[in-house]
Design a protein around this ligand. Structure first.
Ligand SMILES: C[S@@+](CC[C@H](N)C(=O)[O-])C[C@H]1O[C@@H](n2cnc3c(N)ncnc32)[C@H](O)[C@@H]1O
Length: 290
């Protein structure tokens, strides 16, 4: 069993195998988290490989800094959204890069942090920002959008069919300040069927909206291709179809990439059992050809 809040890297070995890190290589991890994949890249590229790690969350960056301290100056960690990847890489000697990894979404540390409001099991304020410097929180969206705006957001980013019913219940229950309050409003509106909490898709939708998750992926994909050296590889793990579709279509349509995963790599049965967070993960890999 994993301890709550300890992050276990998803598809760890497949990511390292995909990137084939080597000494003297330059690598970028755009979603550092606890630094698990980053540590694997630094180990495999010893003694001279270097890694640039980004995270939008300063708390994650502090954990990664501790976990990667033993690699000294081989690891350079910067607080930033990965949508600035190209300019940060260029400014720090990581353009061109030999490999780039993104492991999207949130970490177990963030999910377990009650103050962040990512989980409907915690009574934290409904925040959901990866970067605490950003302005809009989930509570602001939930309390300010009109009913149609809320329903559209929940339908589009959550692929939730009960979006209208949920939006109406939210509007009637406002103001909503905490994650559990929202989860309970949704459960009362649509009932509970099966094991998955009825608020799951609405929470996903709010997180995507608060962090502009689909927009930042679309912004970073061309930057990754520009930044990779010819022969360099990109590995991206996504956790829902809205992200995966964008990555798949971009890889397929780019003339500068050769797709190495005709079908996405999925966790083994053993990994899914050991780490339930990995269950929906899909890894896609491509190589820059020109
Ligand atoms: C799933 S965790 C990464 C875990 C990491 N691969 C590991 O092995 O420890 C995702 C991390 O990416 C960060 N993140 C998500 N979207 C981001 C973005 N657009 N820019 C920078 N960091 C982001 C989150 O704050 C979180 O710490």
């Amino acid at each position: 069993m994993s301890q709550a809040g300890v992050h276990i890297s998803v598809l760890y070995q497949p990511v390292i195998d995909a990137l084939q890190p080597h000494a003297d290589g330059r690598y970028i991890d755009g979603t550092l988290g606890a630094g698990g994949h980053a540590a694997g890249i630094l180990q495999a590229s010893a003694p001279t490989g270097r890694l640039l790690g980004l995270d939008a969350d300063t708390k994650a960056l502090a954990v990664a800094a501790q976990n990667l301290a033993r690699y000294g100056e081989r690891a350079l960690l910067i607080h930033s959204n990965f949508e600035n990847l190209k300019s940060i890489a260029a400014a720090n000697g990581f353009d061109p890069a030999d490999g780039i990894v993104l492991d999207l979404g949130l970490s177990s540390m963030q999910l377990a942090d009650a103050e962040r409001g990512f989980s409907f099991l915690s009574d934290g304020a409904l925040d959901m920002r990866f970067n605490a410097d950003n302005e809009t929180t989930a509570a602001e969206l939930v309390n300010a959008l009109d009913e149609k705006g809320l329903a559209d957001l929940i339908f589009e980013y959550g692929e939730e069919h009960a979006s209208r019913r949920i939006a109406r219940a939210i509007v009637n229950a406002r103001p909503i300040e905490t994650a559990t309050q929202l989860a309970n409003v949704i459960e009362r509106a649509v009932g509970r069927h099966g094991k998955i909490h009825p608020a799951t898709k609405t929470f996903q939708a709010l997180r995507i909206a608060v962090n502009r998750e689909l927009e930042v992926i679309e912004n970073v994909l061309p930057q990754i291709v520009d930044t990779l050296a010819p022969g360099g590889r990109v590995a991206i793990i996504s956790f829902h179809s809205l992200e995966d579709r964008r990555i798949k279509n971009f890889f397929k349509s780019s003339e500068r990439l050769r797709v190495l995963t005709k079908h996405p790599i999925r966790p083994t049965r053993e990994e899914s059992i050991a780490n339930s967070r990995s269950r929906s993960a899909k890894l896609r890999v491509a190589e820059k050809i020109l």
